[in-house]
Design a protein around this ligand. Structure first.
Ligand code: GUN
Length: 294
């Protein structure tokens, strides 16, 4: 019974990647265009290296061009900006992603804002943030785009539903709230100063947890039948001295009340790279003035 409630992000992301692969084939066949994604990694952060390797692998599997630019941890701001400028000018590159976090000597905002907004597949540039805000076509951050896809797949029309987003980051919380508002949800954005959060949560049809605190959201915060999207990826110690990944939601408690819920791992996580590929298709089609293939 509880198995039916589990939203399988792994299977869903595979279907998104299959669609992207078909779109790449169509773009090549009908327009002679191969979408290209460049990822810039500065330094040796182990988690970033894993992300970047997975991104490159999935980009190639989707049939796209994949460029990986690795720079020393001691790279200067001017050197990173020079790489961004070169990629901005490369007509074969449709998407640029600079992996975060960047080393301390580099001004993150300055780098992100140097990326051509038309190639900003992370959707972090202020131009894309602003376009999303006013409802213009925009490149949307990958994780919220993936969350919305899963919500619409499960619930269909979201219009009129009450939704709470817990967390107000620029990467997840704020864009997620904007996307839900665009779907005509009534949206609450909660954060560390929010009063009576459990009570507020219990009034929601949709709960998106993006606070970065293990098992922050308890089972009795969830209304009977609500849909729960858990964006958290927290590494916690186990009794045997090893570690495991848990979400921001106490899954075992919440699954008893939720109508549908994403697990961690295997929920939102796999959707992020799939949406990065989908964003690269979007950017490629916009750059060439063609409609996105079905
Ligand atoms: N580091 C961790 N997640 C992300 C992401 O989605 N985009 C970028 N650029 N860096 C990250």
């Amino acid at each position: 019974m509880n198995d039916d409630k589990r939203i399988d992000g792994k299977a869903f992301s595979a279907s998104v990647r299959e669609k992207v692969k078909r779109q790449v084939e169509t773009l090549q066949r009908d327009h002679g265009i191969t979408p290209g994604l460049a990822v810039v990694l500065v330094g040796e952060d182990p988690a970033s290296q894993v992300y970047v390797r997975n991104k490159a692998k999935q980009t190639v599997e989707a049939g796209m061009r994949s460029d990986e630019i690795r720079m020393e941890a001691t790279a200067t701001q001017a050197e990173v900006l020079e790489v961004v400028d070169r990629l901005n000018a490369d007509p074969g590159i449709h998407g640029i992603l600079v992996q975060l976090p960047l080393p301390d000597q580099i001004d993150e905002t300055a780098v992100l804002d140097r990326i051509d907004p038309a190639k900003d597949v992370d959707g972090f540039h202020v131009i894309n943030t602003g376009r999303l805000q006013v409802g213009l076509p925009a490149l949307v951050p990958c994780t919220p785009r993936g969350c919305l896809m899963m919500l619409k797949d499960r619930l269909g029309d979201l219009s009129g539903l009450n939704a709470i987003v817990i967390g107000r980051s620029n990467i997840v919380g704020k864009p997620m709230a904007m996307l839900l508002l665009q779907e005509s949800c009534t949206v609450t954005i909660a954060h560390s100063r929010t009063k009576d959060l459990p009570e507020l949560c219990r009034r929601q049809d949709i709960v998106v947890a993006a606070v970065g605190r293990p098992h922050f959201v308890k089972g009795d915060w969830i209304a009977e039948g609500a849909t729960v999207i858990d964006v958290g990826i927290n590494r916690v110690p186990k009794d045997d001295g090893k570690t495991r990944l848990v979400g921001d939601v106490d899954y075992d408690e919440a699954v008893e009340r939720a109508g549908a819920i994403t697990p961690v791992p295997g929920g939102v996580g796999p959707m992020t790279i799939a949406c990065l590929l989908a964003n690269t298709i979007t950017a490629c089609c916009m750059a060439n003035g063609i409609e996105e293939p079905a």
